[in-house]
Design a protein. Structure first.
Length: 220
């Protein structure tokens, strides 16, 4: 229940989207953190349970790059959805797409409550830029609490990819990669934060996936 890479709160004003995720797992309503959306919550059992249920009935292989998987299963599908970094897929042949760097420091503190809220932004102070206290997402109570300090830092290729840099240079480069994909892999759909090189909230990610499925099935 500790969010290792920053807080991932599911928030939306779309009732159909809220109902969709709640059919797979129970969401705990979360009213802290300054979200203005009507539906705000965290999966009670964690996002891993949600993902497992979404993939129920599907064959799942982990620990392999797509290229290794394709070698093992030739012609794996008529349509392939790839959600990894599009520049990595093409071995950075046109250059690197850029991301904002982040660093996380996790601490277990011997106290029941550290800051009284889940997310505390620190925009006008010295680093960190925000502090996360995870117990407040679920209302957990105990003698100890886990906090994560989040720091912004310069991103260099090879480090974790967090928020895509969506400027003119990166948009143009991503468009070039899409053109390359269309020419070489017409049956591929590059989606998600790294495939599309754009920021997504948790709700936006699922909404975009459902929209893409509809587009694909309508044209099949």
């Amino acid at each position: 229940m500790v969010h290792k890479y920053g807080p991932h709160v599911f928030h939306t004003n779309q009732k159909d989207l809220w109902d969709y995720v709640n059919q797979y797992t129970k969401f705990l309503h979360f009213s802290d953190g300054g979200y203005s959306d009507k539906y705000v919550g965290i999966p009670a059992e964690g996002y891993d349970v949600l993902v497992r249920k979404l993939l129920s009935g599907c064959g799942v292989v982990t620990g392999l790059s797509y290229q290794k998987l394709e070698e093992a299963f030739q012609g794996i599908g008529d349509c392939v959805l790839y959600t990894g970094p599009i520049d990595q897929f093409f071995e950075y042949s046109l250059g690197w797409l850029e991301y904002h760097g982040l660093r996380f420091e996790e601490e277990v503190r011997n106290e029941p409550d550290y800051q009284g809220q889940a997310i505390k932004d620190c925009p006008d102070e010295e680093p960190p830029c925000r502090i996360i206290e995870h117990r407040h997402f679920t209302g957990a109570v105990g003698k100890k609490t886990v906090i994560t300090r989040e720091y912004g830092e310069e991103w260099i290729p090879g480090r974790g990819r967090y928020h895509p840099v969506e400027d003119e240079r990166n948009r143009a480069l991503h468009k070039q990669y899409l053109e390359l994909a269309k020419a070489q892999h017409p049956n591929f759909v590059f989606g998600g934060r790294m495939g599309e090189h754009r920021d997504y909230t948790m709700a936006e990610t699922i909404a975009a996936a459902l929209k893409k499925v509809k587009e694909l099935t309508d044209h099949s």
